[in-house]
Design a protein around this ligand. Structure first.
Ligand SMILES: C[S@@+](CC[C@H](N)C(=O)[O-])C[C@H]1O[C@@H](n2cnc3c(N)ncnc32)[C@H](O)[C@@H]1O
Length: 274
């Protein structure tokens, strides 16, 4: 499975993903959620940080952010971007690593873990548990994790679009398994590979079982989901209306139906401080 993830990220332009209309909205809301959730000048772990978009944004905000990613190709790209940024001297070099084994980091090393990627790639329950436990271990008491997951209803519904666009990537058993137990196995070598679509309850339980207190489950794209291009057009034509839409989208991002059906969601959880 690792090989197919690496193959996918070797050819997919992950940096450019956040420059599409959907990506612009995802990045904007994710950054605002992070800003609201973490204290100033944190030690952060950007787990599954890819080419470093969030690491650099965190460095700009005065956090010290360590990027770890499974993909050597993306780590190399991240290091080139870090080196070329004004934050090269305060940001550690990105390293290759697996979310299921953070033994390179001591207990209680970080105030915040951003896990904006690994959990929806981990299709084995024991791997998700190992990753959640290690995130808990490397956090200081009172530390925060923001972990992205793809809610089951949303992930499965998206497979309908994907089957139309790329028929080789979705067959009867892959669709049935995804709808039944949330594990999608792409039968082809093309496109985004296996994925894990947890229900919001399962996602919360995963982190609670490792000792976290789940503070919030937030839809990232909220009611803008699938309509980001239209929303950005409104923002261009009528900024006041767009501001109201954004405010309502922020409010509705906590609505359970929105969380379940509108693309990526974030678990915001904390390590109790006894
Ligand atoms: C969709 S990208 C997200 C990148 C970045 N966090 C963002 O939000 O723009 C998912 C990332 O998770 C990484 N990843 C997948 N499985 C992982 C694992 N087990 N450990 C560490 N990183 C992993 C991938 O290599 C990829 O960079």
């Amino acid at each position: 499975m690792t090989a197919s993830i690496l193959q996918y990220y070797d050819s997919f332009d992950e940096w450019a993903r956040l420059e599409t209309p959907a990506g612009i909205v995802e990045l904007d809301r994710t950054l605002r959620i992070i800003d609201r959730s973490v204290p100033a000048a944190c030690d952060m772990l950007d787990l599954g940080g890819g080419p470093g978009r969030y690491t650099l944004a965190m460095a700009e905000r005065g956090h010290r952010c360590q990027l770890v990613d499974l993909s050597p190709h993306l780590v190399e790209e991240a290091n080139a971007r870090i080196a070329a940024s004004p934050h090269a001297s305060t940001t550690p070099r990105a390293v290759v690593g697996d979310a299921t084994d953070l033994s390179a980091f001591a207990d209680a090393s970080f105030d915040c873990v951003l896990a904006l990627g690994p959990f929806y790639h981990l299709t084995k329950s024991e791997d998700r548990t190992a990753a959640a436990r290690d995130c808990f271990r490397v956090l200081r008491p009172g530390g925060i994790i923001l972990a992205a997951f793809i809610p089951r209803l949303s992930g499965v519904a998206d497979l309908i679009d994907r089957a139309a666009r790329s028929p080789e990537q979705v067959n009867v058993s892959a669709f049935t398994d995804a709808a039944t137990d949330g594990i999608f196995e792409n039968p082809s070598a093309e496109g985004f590979q296996s994925g894990c679509y947890l229900t919001p309850l399962e996602a919360g339980d995963l982190f609670r079982a490792s000792g976290f207190q789940v503070d919030k489950t937030i839809s990232v794209r909220s009611i803008h989901y699938g309509r980001e291009k239209a929303y950005l057009e409104v923002a261009h034509n009528d900024p006041d209306l767009a501001k109201v839409m954004q405010k309502q989208a922020d409010k509705l991002s906590l609505n359970e139906a929105v969380v379940a059906t509108c693309g990526h969601a974030l678990i915001v959880a904390s390590k109790p401080d006894p």
